[in-house]
Design a protein around this ligand. Structure first.
Ligand code: ZN
Length: 112
């Protein structure tokens, strides 16, 4: 289910985040984002990752990966893009059949 919640996203994620997967919801900043197939597919990949990790451990790992890569990276953006969950989602966001063939824990391949 996709919810358009601009104020909530701004408070929780800051002004540069347009969409966020918070199982079972995909939260978006505006209608344009809601209509972006690639962005919504990216978030659906995160929903799958969250489900296979029973939700809470996903967020713990996500934040852990972020701080791990933040120590190793020069910038916040580099750290964010190094998170295996994000790497998998970015690589596969335009392949709309991806979730049909995706193997469990596919994000593990992107740990570096
Ligand atoms: Zn993402």
């Amino acid at each position: 289910m996709i919810l358009v919640v601009p104020l909530f996203l701004r408070i929780v994620a800051g002004k540069y985040i347009n969409a966020l997967a918070l199982w079972p919801f995909i939260l978006v900043r505006n209608v344009e984002t809601k209509e972006s197939e690639v962005t919504i597919h990216h978030e659906k990949i995160h929903i799958r990752q969250q489900l296979e990790l029973f939700i809470i451990p996903f967020y713990v790992l996500y934040i852990g990966f972020y701080f791990y890569y933040r120590v190793k990276s020069k910038t916040r953006m580099q750290a964010y893009l190094s998170i295996p969950f994000e790497k998998e989602a970015y690589v596969s966001e335009s392949d709309f059949d991806y979730l049909k063939i995706r193997k469990w824990w596919a994000w593990k391949r992107y740990i570096s």
